[in-house]
Write a protein that binds this ligand. Sequence first.
Ligand SMILES: Nc1ncnc2c1ncn2[C@@H]1O[C@H](COP(=O)(O)OP(=O)(O)O)[C@@H](O)[C@H]1O
Ligand SMILES: [Mg+2]
Length: 382
Amino acid sequence: MSDRSTGISLTVKEKIQLHLLEYAKFSDEYSVPPEITQSGISERVGIHLKHLSQYLKPLLEGGQVEERTAHVTGKKQRRKVYHLTSVGWVDASKVKDLVMGSPINYMTASGRLREGVLTEVMERYTQGRRIMEVLSAIGDDGVMDIGALVAGEAEEERLVDHTEEAPRTPDFVDRLKEIEKIKSLLDERKIVVIRGLAGIGKTALATAVCSQMRGSKNLLWHQTRKWDTPTTVLLKMGRFLRALGSTMLYEHVSGGAAVDLGRVEILLEKELDQSNSVMIFDDFQYAGEEVMDFFSMLGDIVERTEDANLLVLSREAVPFYDRKAVMIKKTVEEMELTGLDFESTKEWMENKGVENDFEAVYKRTGGHPLFLELIGSYSGRS
Ligand SMILES: Nc1ncnc2c1ncn2[C@@H]1O[C@H](COP(=O)(O)OP(=O)(O)O)[C@@H](O)[C@H]1O
Ligand SMILES: [Mg+2]
């Protein structure tokens, strides 16, 4: 074991012990998985097959490991396989306890550097995975890459996607720069506000951002309505957080009793923290005074959390944060959305089969998607 304050470095012997510990239940089985054959072990602990015996030998001689011949799933011939003895099991368990209690630097799927004890990290991010697999995600720099580890399908299924309310945009064109900009802003800031005229493409752009984040973020989309109250918004957020495994906010706001904002504040902070989520609020110009006040509180809460972002779309300025948050604290970033650029306008018109003088159209519409759509529908009819 390493004696640095963080980081886990194991000897080959310890790796073999940990690996075999996870296959202990097969010691009396007739048929065993290939992971405990010589090639299985060397692959899992990351050494060349021809070097394995030099590491196995002392373990066999010391009575820690035993060898037998067994039927291996997927193989015709019986193979030599290896198990921990009861003494070996006790020793390996001690190694495991030490490793599990070690502090480790890790990077979350969203790219944030953190420090934690391995047990907690595994509980939070890598449930059901074998310890050797998890440890293999530690790079040469000693940092464990959670993103690489959870890139598999099984983890994607665990992401929550509550974006049914978002409209679809068939033939969405480009806006690559804007998409990248918003994604990077969401990494740096807690709240991103996109402002722009009606029809300029805020909703369409945000749905494109969503499709890119779908495999890595938990997503909530809320269409703001004039009649929204803090409670209708909280119910939506509560359901979302419940789907993420945090039920207390939902229980509080769905209970029927009056919503206690003091309590809501505590629950929201607790449940949003580390939620790896982006919550999108579309058409926020419809928010009434009460919802706006609630968002002042929500903005402050989100500021105090990690891995929780707000993406707010609005036609007008949204006064739920102050200039300090934009200029000094840099927790909020505003972005003014303008029309499509010339290339995208051209692509758009080609998609729609509009045969027109691109340049003239671009000049007249400024790449404003709604105007383009009008031109498209006229020329479609002619
Ligand atoms: N990049 C784009 N590619 C294709 N169509 C777009 C694009 N942006 C907007 N549109 C279309 O233009 C119309 C207005 O866009 P929308 O996103 O609803 O604007 P906003 O939300 O700003 O009011 C919609 O019909 C939308 O599908
Ligand atoms: Mg819109």
